[in-house]
Design a protein around this ligand. Structure first.
Ligand code: MG
Length: 114
């Protein structure tokens, strides 16, 4: 299944329930962030060992929250008429210019400070 087909399913799910009326760009961006925070919450207060064990035992719960993030991403892209695949490829091109492998391999320095 392609990203576009998954997006169509997510939009159909939303529209079947008449939830578009609640989906303005601000609240979609907010929801995207809240779902990302739910992913972060899974790891809150855990040290490296605890996180490793948690991931092993809760992978499907983590996957559900990541899927929630993805769903909101698909919805906001749909509503703002943004092609997620094209936008990602375009941004990666820019990232490649900002972070040439020669200058950045093994470094976490922001491109403005290279
Ligand atoms: Mg969630």
């Amino acid at each position: 299944m392609t990203i576009e087909e998954i997006q169509q399913k997510v939009i159909k799910f939303r529209d079947d329930r008449n939830w578009k009326q609640f989906h303005n760009p601000k609240d979609l961006a907010l929801s995207l962030t809240l779902e990302a925070a739910e992913v972060m919450e899974k790891f809150q207060w855990k040290n490296s060992q605890e996180m490793g064990e948690y991931i092993q035992n809760n992978r499907s719960n983590i996957a559900e929250e990541i899927a929630d993030v993805f769903k909101y991403l698909l919805i906001i892209c749909h509503d703002l008429n943004i092609n997620l695949e094209q936008a990602t490829l375009k941004k990666m091109k820019k990232d490649n210019q900002h972070y040439p492998v020669k200058k950045t391999k093994g470094k976490h320095t922001k491109y403005t400070e290279l």
